[in-house]
Design a protein around this ligand. Sequence first.
Ligand code: F6P
Length: 320
Amino acid sequence: MKRIGVLTSGGDAPGMNSAVRAVVRTAIYHGLEVVGIERGYAGLINGEMRLMNLSSVGDIVHRGGTVLRTARSEAFRTPQGRAQAADNLRKMEVDALVVIGGDGSFRGATLLANEHGIKVIGIPGTIDNDIPCTDYTIGFDTCVNTVLDAINKIRDTATSHERTFIIEVMGRRAGYIALQAGLAGGAESILIPEVPFSLEDVVQKLLRGHARGKLHSIILVAEGAGSALDIGKYIEEKTGFDTRVTILGHIQRGGAPSAFDRVLAARMGAKAVELLLAGESKKMVGIVSEQIKDFDIEWALQQKKEIDLEVYKLANILSI
Ligand code: F6P
């Protein structure tokens, strides 16, 4: 193996740049060449590639987003698209590919390996933290801190106006962001798709709080659990409380990566290159109990990641 490729794919996540830097520098350290592929699989199909050197990844460790840019490619879902992508890799003499992204990106990488014999390693990068076999994905910690900052600010105005706020956060079909930020931010209720909930219970809790003099409240809802707008309307109707809705949106995907995400990205990026040097393919890198591990990517994609119900229970106890 002489030359490897690296791309970022799917929704961007803070820390992706730190991971790209780690892949490029570890590879060069070990005498490999690295090709950076722009705009994820879409760029791979279009042949948007450039040889990287040490300074290509200079001054990016602290930046949000991804300097390689990213995309969600429909064309890569087709066998023709993947054949074109594999062809471009061969033309550039790229023997192996490091894919930084979410589970959809990992599925794409697996198909590329199975259909065209390209060696692939996946690094989990998504704010959603919804990838099995890793306690954390790159970007999750930064995102939670961004949400927490927003909760703190909303709390100021909620207190001043004695209002109930419904804050909707991202996470696709998962509630990790809502749970972590909700516990850290002292939300009164946290609504996540993994745990069935009743809006009537949420209303009763608000009324109980109100009866003991609590005049403002924050309810965190994961986008996968329902619409904050609908929930806000329901709560206002049932309680008569002055209610506002904030949908945090893409602000959650931006910003400088936290120290945790940068270190995680550095460790995962280095591990991905080490795996390729050891002749491995079709593996994903993960962090489990602080240890960097690797897993068969196809097996990993079949696993179900469970949310920590103890943490959910604790959040409920603390917001009684
Ligand atoms: O997967 C990351 C994520 O931000 C999800 O939380 C969200 O549902 C989705 O991407 C939004 O995607 P887009 O930026 O394409 O609208």
